[in-house]
Design a protein around this ligand. Structure first.
Ligand SMILES: Cc1cc2nc3c(=O)[nH]c(=O)nc-3n(C[C@H](O)[C@H](O)[C@H](O)COP(=O)(O)OP(=O)(O)OC[C@H]3O[C@@H](n4cnc5c(N)ncnc54)[C@H](O)[C@@H]3O)c2cc1C
Length: 260
């Protein structure tokens, strides 16, 4: 049987179209494939929810890959190590400080593969540039190819419908920022707007990233580092337990909100 180039192309087009078609009406759209979103998506997908994730860069994994300042390890605290175990990611107890060391590349790839294996549909090179809003509730996302978006080409986006949308975009808090700038809305924050991220204070930041994982507007949730920008928390540096626990908390909130 001869290998035909057009068959390869046709198979790619068909598979991609089928995957995208299946996501047009998702239970949850998660924007940003960093650790918090990957954990939340994975837990929810395992429970049968239809989870779609859009990542604007080529590689999912967000801010994990570079460890701390390019040194290839990240740390996770005792409280979150069960989540690392669930993903089958290798770790090593560092010393008596309650810290566990994980190779950043194992951590990123383990979370990504765990999410995909659980059924999360991740589309990379797709930027979420706006939201769909219907009757006072966030009802979906507006997406475009990242190159189109970056180059400001005059090409219309497409839309994906969702019962809930999650801003897991990290420092950028892109989704909440755009939503707040474009609409005269009052967010569930102390000022009604994104409060802005504060400087580094790891202990406080790690706790706040979990407690500030919330519904910030009907149908719109925040998790991970974007909670710091939205609720005025501190940054924390290359310690990731809070991100994992934020993802887990988000999955519980969404399960409660969406029902079975
Ligand atoms: C480049 C970078 C540098 C960082 N530096 C620090 C630091 O110095 N100190 C610190 O405390 N934390 C830093 N962080 C955050 C740190 O890595 C986190 O602790 C952790 O990675 C945050 O996890 P998260 O789940 O919030 O998402 P992140 O790991 O931040 O990932 C968010 C993802 O969302 C994607 N995204 C953003 N906007 C859109 C959009 N509109 N559409 C689609 N996808 C989008 C991004 O490409 C990224 O992959 C950095 C993160 C990044 C990405």
């Amino acid at each position: 049987m001869g290998l035909r180039e057009k068959d390869v192309t046709s198979a790619i087009i068909n598979c991609h179209t089928r995957a995208l078609n299946n996501c047009l009406s998702s239970d949850v759209v998660i924007v940003g494939a960093g650790p918090s979103g990957l954990v939340a998506g994975s837990i929810l997908a395992k429970k049968g929810y239809r989870i779609t994730m859009f990542e604007k860069r080529l590689a999912p994994g967000g801010g994990i890959w570079g460890g701390g300042m390019g040194f290839k390890f990240i740390m996770v605290q005792e409280e979150a190590i069960e989540i690392v175990k669930d993903f089958g990611i290798p770790y090593e107890r560092h010393d008596t400080s309650g810290l566990y060391a994980i190779d950043a590349i194992a951590f990123a790839s383990g979370l990504i593969f765990g999410a995909v294996r659980s059924g999360v549909q991740i589309f990379n090179l797709v930027t979420v540039e706006d939201l769909v809003v219907r009757q006072g509730r966030v009802a979906g996302v507006v997406i475009n190819n990242t190159f189109v978006h970056m180059n400001h080409f005059p090409i219309d986006p497409l839309t994906i419908e969702a019962r809930a949308v999650v801003d897991a975009t990290g420092h950028d808090h892109d989704v909440v920022r755009i939503f707040s700038q474009k609409n005269d809305v009052e967010l569930n924050t102390p000022t009604g707007k994104p409060v802005g991220e504060r400087s580094l204070f790891a202990e406080s930041a790690e706790e706040a990233v979990v407690t500030n994982t919330k519904e910030v507007y009907p149908g719109l949730y925040v998790c991970g580092m974007s909670t710091a920008a939205v609720y005025g928390g501190y940054r924390m540096g290359p310690i990731f337990g809070g991100m994992l626990l934020s993802g887990k908390r988000l999955s519980m909130l969404l399960e409660e909100a969406l029902g079975s």
